[in-house]
Design a protein around this ligand. Structure first.
Ligand SMILES: *Cc1c(COP(=O)(O)O)cnc(C)c1O
Length: 340
């Protein structure tokens, strides 16, 4: 089927805004920096999973599913967006999350619980998901099972189709940035953007900043996935591993910080810089790390010609207990706070 005609449901508000960051640009040598506000897609605080879910939920409804299950870390933004989207479509939301059942709900878990999702914690998420699906099926339900991040070959359509939206915004305003930069987690966003950039002949390159240490042969695996998607939708695009541009930062000081989702002072520094120069809030797990990487690349001249930063959302994680605890000392020490 032609990629332009694949059906989706509407969950978000588009086009998401494209804004300049003039004060930040000026502080980093004047390279033009723009931000594409996919943190404002909606629903339930929005983020990049919304565009993926528009295609995935359409597929789930077409298959006659009555419930939707996804897996992730306890603070998964994808899970929270899935819950909201499922409710809007009349599907039952089920999240299978890593680790032990918490006795305190913060960040995304607060929102998941407010929306009434079924939350299942397990050290072995795959096994738990299989059991839950079997239980649901015994009760006559049909479950659509999504991988972490919604990064299957249906979800990737969301970011393939963001490319024409962005190209139109750039054309209308006669802007010519050379790069589009995003955080890379389960890779669906980056893979979609790179495929879309090739398919629609975008005039910019797509750079990804990983939020966790790279796996061996990650670029090869991503290229193989993209080529499978290209074949599935007859896009006629071929991606080589060398086309996948991932910037992980210096080996002794990677942009990922110590590990996925672990609070990290360098990431918090980058978050404070954007908050204080432009009033835009990033998150400590994905966009803060990608932004930190972007600032380093800007300062090294690697983004000359201009860059669009894709804000993929995630601010609910600012209110995760461990991230709030970790941020207290720098926030209290670096703000004007007094009593009179
Ligand atoms: C999931 C997520 C990402 C990463 O997107 P992938 O498609 O999983 O690579 C980036 N930012 C935020 C806020 C996310 O929730």
């Amino acid at each position: 089927m032609n990629i332009l005609e694949i059906p989706r449901i509407r969950l978000g508000y588009y086009p998401t805004p494209l804004e300049a960051l003039p004060r930040l640009s000026a502080a980093h040598g004047g390279t033009p920096v723009y931000i594409k506000r996919d943190d404002m897609t909606g629903p339930a605080t929005g983020g990049n999973k919304t565009r993926k879910l528009e295609y995935i939920l359409r597929e789930a409804l077409d298959q006659g599913c009555t419930a939707i299950l996804t897996l992730g870390g306890p603070q998964t933004n994808h899970g929270r967006t899935t819950v909201a989207a499922a409710i809007q479509c009349g599907l039952k939301p089920v999240l299978v999350l890593g680790g032990k059942r918490p006795d305190y709900l913060s960040g995304n878990l607060t929102l998941d619980a407010m929306m009434g999702a079924e939350l299942i914690f397990s050290e072995d998420r795959e096994a738990a998901a299989r059991q839950v699906i079997a239980d649901y099926e015994r009760r006559g339900e049909k479950v659509y099972c999504m991988p972490p991040g919604g990064s299957n070959s249906t979800g990737v359509l969301g970011y393939i189709m963001m490319i024409p939206e962005l190209m139109k915004q750039l054309e209308e305003r006669d802007l010519h940035p050379r790069y589009l930069l995003c955080a890379v987690g389960s890779q669906g966003t980056y893979n979609g953007l790179l495929l879309g950039a090739r398919y629609f002949r975008a005039p910019f390159e797509v750079i990804g900043i990983p939020v966790a240490p790279l796996e061996p042969h990650q670029a090869e695996k991503m290229a193989a996935f993209m080529n499978e998607v290209s074949r599935r939708y007859d896009m006629g695009v071929t991606i080589a591993a060398g086309d996948v541009r991932l910037c992980a930062g210096p080996g002794d000081c990677p942009y990922t910080g110590p590990a996925y989702s672990v609070p990290d002072p360098e990431t918090r520094r980058a978050m404070l810089e954007l908050a204080r120069t432009e009033g835009v809030i990033l998150d400590p797990v994905y966009t803060g790390k990608a932004f930190r990487g972007m600032l380093d690349l800007l300062d090294r001249g690697a983004l000359d010609g201009g860059v669009v930063f894709l804000h993929t959302g995630g601010a609910a994680a600012v209110w995760t207990r461990e991230h709030l605890d970790a941020a207290q000392s720098d926030l209290l020490a670096n703000c004007t706070i007094c009593e009179r």
